[in-house]
Design a binder for this molecule. Structure first.
Ligand code: SF4
Ligand code: SF4
Length: 304
């Protein structure tokens, strides 16, 4: 039986999602609610649609096409959706001539993923790249993920999984048996801070990372840095000490500064984002944090 999953983006020629040049497959749905999320369309596991007023020419085709009368043209905000009435049938997006109205994901089966990856086989082989499964949270779709990993590996494709680590341990280890490399996020070492900013505590995430490292997996640790959330000295020190103490080969650490770039995406989805209390770290602060990790004997770089 074919297994499918909602894929909200397929990024070709990705150079920061694991070794070499990669095809990154973004699976829709995540159990976390990170306040700074750059991909709000990745969070809900169901189909969603987005509206970009700047692309709308006011032709009203979407309004005429909607069988639920869920759309209204307004002066201030262009086409407004009544999400109580909308069934996400996609007819409005299908008939929109400019792409102002669009469905954010597509139900995709394993073979379609493999086909997309194999289209880039030459550059993948030349660069030592592969496929990366990201999200959302790919472990949330572990049945699809395992099938997709097995199918890609059968083609000799190197497989990376980009995860928050928030999943049952047995799911993580089942995926690990079919994965060559991990990108593993660490957001905060303090369980209460983690809960406040992501909606979940961090114990499972830390336990899973410990077990993954003990299994000998190849892992890059990725740390989003947000002033007001996790970029303080104490969290940086405890994070560095934790990573340093992990078993296995030395871990590469990627420090990923937060950028306020997603606000418009939230508006297109008909949502708001709470940015209060969060700030982008300065260049000086990033350098200080990188130095702190290096002083702990870790290989830390900004970006990647
Ligand atoms: S997705 Fe379907 S129900 Fe929802 S607004 Fe568009 S046409 Fe109407
Ligand atoms: S069909 Fe597209 S361009 Fe036309 S009114 Fe609707 S959103 Fe705007």
């Amino acid at each position: 039986m074919s297994v499918s999953c909602l894929v909200f983006d397929t990024k070709r020629y990705a150079i920061n999602d694991g070794p070499g040049v990669r095809v990154t497959i973004f699976l829709k749905g995540c159990p976390l609610r990170c306040a700074w999320c750059h991909n709000p369309e990745s969070i809900a596991p169901q189909m969603e649609k987005m509206y970009t007023p700047g692309k709308c020419i006011g032709c009203l085709a979407c309004i005429e096409a909607c069988p639920e009368d869920a759309l209204t043209m307004t002066e201030e905000r262009g086409v407004v959706t009544d999400f109580e009435a909308c069934t996400m049938c996609g007819l409005c997006a299908e008939c929109c001539p400019t792409g102002a109205m669009e469905m954010v994901a597509e139900m995709t089966d394993v073979q379609a993923v493999v086909d997309a990856v194999l289209e880039e086989r030459v550059i993948i082989d030349q660069s030592g790249g592969g496929v990366t499964f990201s999200g959302g949270e790919p472990l949330m779709h572990h049945r699809f993920l395992i099938k997709a990993l097995e199918a890609c590996r059968a083609e000799g494709i190197h497989c990376t999984v980009d995860t928050s680590g928030f999943a049952p341990g047995e799911v993580l280890m089942a995926v690990a048996a079919r994965t060559d490399h991990w990108l593993y996020d660490l957001k905060s070492m303090n369980p209460d801070t983690h809960l406040r900013w992501t909606g979940v505590r961090n114990e499972v995430i830390l336990e899973n990372l410990t077990a993954l490292a003990e299994s000998g997996a190849s892992i890059n640790i990725r740390i989003p840095l947000i002033e007001g959330v996790n970029a303080d000295d104490e969290n940086m020190r405890t994070t560095a000490a934790f990573v340093k103490g992990l078993a296995g080969e030395p871990k590469q650490v990627n420090l990923l500064p937060y950028h306020k770039i997603a606000e418009s995406k939230y508006a297109k989805l008909g949502r708001t984002i709470e940015l209060e209390g969060m700030a982008e770290p300065s260049e000086e602060r990033l350098a200080e944090i990188a130095a702190m990790f290096s002083a702990s004997g870790l290989d830390a770089t900004v970006g990647g």
